[in-house]
Write a new protein. Structure first.
Length: 218
């Protein structure tokens, strides 16, 4: 990929150009910071030399087309994603400002994106699912929930264990997916050290009539 094309990835035409150059799909390094994986497009909220897409990971939707990514990776990022929902007072305020025509829906979308009520981390996972191609994979590593590595950083707010991942696979024996019904994943690998890291590989499942996310139900 040409550097000048990557730097303009937020423009629709440039995204299409990149996809044409690589029909296998873009490889995306989510929250890459200054250590982007070689051969990947980097996305981060910070403006750094290796960051191709400057975007807040908690602002949805991301400026990436549906099913345009073949592989997504995230190294020590998910533990920083808010596990809760948007403050209901903020949701009520945004709705009031829109109702009174003080803000337009376009203003709201540009400023904060979709008003999140489902849970930011759940929506983050749904967003990765949206941009992945059929059968695309998402590999990530986080400090294991409750480990010294998790507690040492004051910005770690989202504890994740192997049980957490069960909530995203509708065919996991736990049956936990059916509590929230997010976009469906298949757990390919899950390795952990309770005083170290959790390493996970997920594969995008297609929507099946036997299990559907709540947002797709009639």
């Amino acid at each position: 990929m040409k550097k000048k094309v990557i730097k303009k990835i937020t423009e629709k035409k440039s995204v299409n150009s990149i996809l044409k150059e690589n029909n296998q799909g873009v490889k995306l390094d989510i929250g890459c910071g200054g250590n982007k994986q070689v051969g990947f497009v980097g996305m981060d909220v910070r403006k750094m030399d290796n960051v191709d897409i400057v975007h807040n990971l908690e602002k949805f939707p991301w400026p990436i087309p549906n099913e345009s990514v073949s592989l997504a990776v995230a190294s020590h990022v998910l533990e920083h994603i808010n596990p809760g929902s948007t403050d209901p007072r903020l949701v009520a305020l945004v709705n009031l400002l829109e109702k009174k025509k003080i803000l337009s829906s376009k203003d709201i979308k540009n400023a904060i994106g979709e008003v999140e009520t489902f849970g930011v981390f759940m929506s983050f996972m749904n967003e990765v699912w949206r941009i992945l191609q059929k059968g695309g994979r998402f590999a990530f590593v986080v400090p294991y929930a409750g480990s010294p590595g998790f507690f040492q950083d004051p910005t770690h707010i989202n504890p994740i264990s192997e049980a957490t991942i069960s909530y995203f696979d509708p065919l996991d024996r736990s049956g936990l997916w059916f509590i929230y019904r997010p976009s469906p994943w298949k757990i390919i690998e899950s390795h952990f050290d309770t005083i170290g890291n959790l390493e996970v590989v997920l594969e995008k499942r297609l929507i099946d009539k036997t299990y559907q996310p709540l947002s797709n139900e009639k």
